[in-house]
Design a protein around this ligand. Structure first.
Ligand SMILES: [Zn+2]
Ligand SMILES: [Zn+2]
Length: 813
């Protein structure tokens, strides 16, 4: 047998009710899938993959050992009816972490369960929630997931338990009008997302009053996704929910009554989940973090694509000329190899474009080997229309597909477990995501392979040469900042429009709430009356939870009017500018027009052999300094800045080689942003003493800035596209050589603040990443940046190291 037939790499109703995630079939059960042949052991497979290259691309191999599960008896309080329902689904006993979290929640303690992929987190909230619904015929439960797809999967899982009187239902943008009233009146387990909560349920709370008053549990699933500005908004949406469900600020709860609703949160493994969950909900939250579910052993390889022969370094192509084989090409080759070997493989690619390119190249390679074989590879990402998603899911379920290239859309929503291999094209930005993606590999009792393929960028290069930074450290804490005034004020406006704000409410919304309310009064949005603050307008405030991005931009095929998908507003200038190549399900389109007023981009089908990469230019001015460190010739600052940025041009690059064809101008409006930045200054004398010639100062700072931006995700849960930077030999506000790094979101998202707080660690890693790169004069793996508005000019790699040495020598660690 060459290929795996339909097997256990099933689309589970997410991680939980699958037998593999509960004690049922853990010990001694026969694998539902024929064991892979000897050629498929992870070690053999890895040997086969690395044999292809001339130089060994593997920089490190880590064996993550298998773990046996730790089942415990059902907690006493779980009613027989519920035990029987789970038993029918093949779950005979919970893992210890599930029982522990469930019992805390059942006792009325807010709790977050933060364990790995497929560790059965759902059971931890289903048990207390469903037991309560069965015991109290009036109680209700609200479940909040970051995506509609995830809520739909959870609905299926709960519905399949067939419990009397629970009547679970999804309430989201797809819910037909005709069903909505029935759900509000009769469902006792409503599944929704933060956007629907914000735009629909809370503003319409009068119609939900019965449901909200009787709310026993609020489940917040995948809560680690609520980070940055979006996370800060969601934190206030949950406070609004607490306010309207009557628990917050309820003056006198009867003695002995519990604080309801009880919040149960589920998170991927993350640093300090109790604190993050506490920030998100505004409540004291206990954490359950020890994962007691069984895990397959995983062989985890770090893979650095080989250097290309340096054939052409002429001035024209030096700008981002490829130095290494691109991670996309490497990943598509690896995907083709594993699929050809009959190995069920999932490739995670960071960008939607990348996933399409990887799938298309792997298909081409396979078809060249065996015509028709390419059909067993497809692409998957968020933004596909529902029908397309379902069709892909079905194909995987049936085993028609063996290889899938996906954006991290699969991290949420659809749960594919039991894959033989996972390829991760480029570090996904956080160790939490890395483990979540790698966690897809492995099925009961079998070893699996995970490969991290480094992209040509400073962070990836650093990581494949510093495996201790990947394997030896705890995962990052989720960063969010509910006190961001750009989030707090609009959220308070929403709250006031729902019900007048009282002084007690201000405590609920936390630091800065009083100031924000005063500002809203001064701006004429709220009116102060003896009984509280009232929203003054007829219309509700318009607030977008997903930051400044604005409404999603629709991608429409001009000739047919067909809606291909959507792109979030914040990315639209980068992805949908005129001339941009937009890929959808392997079909390539070129953008004819971006209509910003209408929020749509018109495209036509066309298959050029290049990709497009937009670039922006930036200006920064200092508004205020919040905190600083005076370190002799070096200053380190945190403060507010105004940033003006504009997408000004795009490059066309050959898909196959990455070679730059040309750069074309764009005419898009500038966007303004007041945000938080971290910046450092150096005295010209200290630079001269370190051997940086005055003429080389701009290139030195610019190179240090690019690398510093590239390494920031090492310490904060952001990615390179969440942050921006600017460097200059003399900045008018600091009157010194300066490097700025700022949050790309209005009011800041906590990233610059985190960088300021860990500046020595951050800049040390930056310096090491530059120094350790094998290139001669700078490359995308160290100091070049794909989004540089100055075409990566000037850049001085050697002087950047000198700059950072001066900073590190003076900065207290
Ligand atoms: Zn380099
Ligand atoms: Zn630059």
């Amino acid at each position: 047998m060459t290929y795996d037939g339909p097997g256990p790499a099933r689309l589970a109703p997410r991680h939980d009710l699958e037998p593999s995630s509960a004690a049922t079939v853990s010990a001694g059960a026969a694998p539902a899938h024929p064991p892979a042949g000897p050629g498929h052991s992870p070690a053999d497979l890895l040997a086969r993959l690395r044999a292809r290259a001339d130089a060994d691309p593997v920089t490190h191999v880590e064996r993550v050992p298998a773990r046996a599960g730790l089942p415990v008896p059902w907690p006493e309080w779980v009613p027989e009816e519920l035990r029987a329902a789970f038993a029918r689904r093949g779950v005979v006993a919970p893992w210890r972490h599930q029982a522990e979290a469930a019992s805390l929640a059942y006792d009325g303690q807010h709790v977050v369960v933060a364990t790995g992929t497929a560790s059965g987190k759902s059971l931890a909230y289903q048990l207390p929630a469903l037991a309560t619904l069965l015991a109290d015929p009036r109680a209700t439960v609200l479940y909040v997931a970051p995506t509609k797809a995830l809520a739909a999967d959870q609905l299926r899982a709960v519905a399949e338990l067939e419990l009397e009187g629970v009547r679970p239902a999804c309430y989201d943008g797809d819910t037909p009008r005709a069903e909505r009233e029935w759900i509000r009146r009769h469902s006792r387990f409503v599944l929704t997302n933060p956007d629907m909560l914000h735009h629909g349920i809370l503003p319409g709370h009068a119609q939900w009053s019965g449901f909200l008053r009787r709310l026993a549990y609020v489940v917040v699933d995948e809560c680690h996704t609520y980070r940055g500005v979006f996370g800060s908004h969601v934190a206030h949406v949950l406070r609004r929910l607490r306010r309207l469900s009557g628990s917050a600020g309820r003056a006198s709860s009867p003695a002995g009554s519990r604080d309801t609703p009880v919040f149960v949160l589920a998170s991927a493994t993350s640093g300090d989940p109790a604190t993050s969950a506490g920030r998100l909900t505004g409540l004291p939250v206990a954490a359950v973090t020890e994962d007691t579910s069984p895990r397959s052993g995983v062989t985890f390889a770090l893979w650095e694509p080989p250097l290309l022969p340096s054939a052409d370094t002429s001035a024209e192509t030096a700008d981002l000329a490829p130095v290494r084989r691109s991670a996309l090409r490497e990943t598509s080759d690896l995907l083709a190899d594993t699929v050809a070997a009959g190995v069920r493989t999932l490739a995670f690619v960071r960008s939607r474009k990348g996933a399409e390119v990887v799938a298309a190249s792997a298909r081409r390679a396979l078809d060249e080997a065996v015509p028709g074989l390419g059909d067993r590879v497809a692409a998957y990402r968020a933004g596909y229309l529902r029908e397309e998603r379902r069709e892909l899911e079905r194909a995987l379920l049936d085993g028609d597909l063996l290889g899938l290239a996906s954006t991290n859309a699969l991290e949420l929503g659809v749960d594919l477990v039991g894959l033989d291999a996972v390829l991760i094209c480029g570090y996904p930005g956080t160790r939490a995501s890395l483990w979540q993606q790698a966690g897809r590999a492995g099925r009961s009792g079998q070893e699996a392979l995970a490969v991290l393929v480094a992209r040509d960028d400073p962070l990836d290069t650093y990581l494949v040469h510093h495996p201790e930074a990947v394997f030896g450290r705890p995962v990052e804490a989720t960063v969010l900042d509910p006190a961001n005034p750009y989030v707090l004020a609009p959220q308070l406006a929403c709250a006031a429009a729902e019900a007048p704000l009282t002084p007690a409410d201000l405590a609920l919304f936390g630091d800065g709430a009083k100031e924000a309310v005063d500002d809203l009064v001064a701006a004429g949005a709220l009116r102060r009356r003896p009984t509280g603050w009232y929203w003054r307008h007829r219309e509700r405030p318009e607030v977008d939870l997903r930051g400044e991005g604005g409404a999603p931009v629709c991608v429409v095929e001009a000739s047919t009017g067909r809606l291909l998908g959507t792109v979030d507003g914040g990315s639209s200038h980068f992805l949908l500018h005129p001339g941009a190549v937009y890929l959808h399900q392997g079909v390539s389109y070129v953008v004819d027009e971006l209509d910003l007023a209408d929020g749509c981009a018109l495209v036509h089908a066309e298959e050029p052999d290049w990709t497009t990469h937009a670039r922006d230019v930036t200006d920064v001015s200092v508004v205020s300094v919040r905190s600083y460190v005076d370190a002799g010739p070096v200053g380190m600052f945190l403060g507010e800045v105004d940033v003006t940025s504009q997408v000004v041009s795009y490059q066309r690059r050959r898909i196959a080689s990455g070679e730059v064809i040309d750069t074309r101008p764009l005419d898009l409006p500038a966007r303004e942003l007041r945000t938080v930045a971290v910046w450092f200054t150096l005295s010209p004398e200290s630079l001269a003493a370190a051997g940086v010639e005055p003429a080389d100062v701009p290139g030195a700072l610019h190179a240090a800035e690019h690398a510093a931006i590239g390494l920031l995700p090492l310490i904060a849960t952001c990615d390179r596209w969440d942050i921006g930077g600017l460097s200059t030999a003399v900045h008018p506000d600091t009157e010194a050589p300066t490097v700025f790094v700022y949050d790309g979101h209005p009011g800041g998202a906590g990233f610059a603040e985190r960088a300021y707080g860990t500046a020595a660690t951050w800049l040390r890693a930056t310096r090491d990443a530059i120094a350790e790169c094998a290139c001669e004069a700078g490359c995308p793996s160290c100091v070049q940046s794909p989004k540089c508005g100055n075409g990566n000019n000037p850049l001085s790699k050697a002087d950047a190291i000198r700059v950072l040495d001066v900073v590190l020598a003076n900065l207290p660690s």
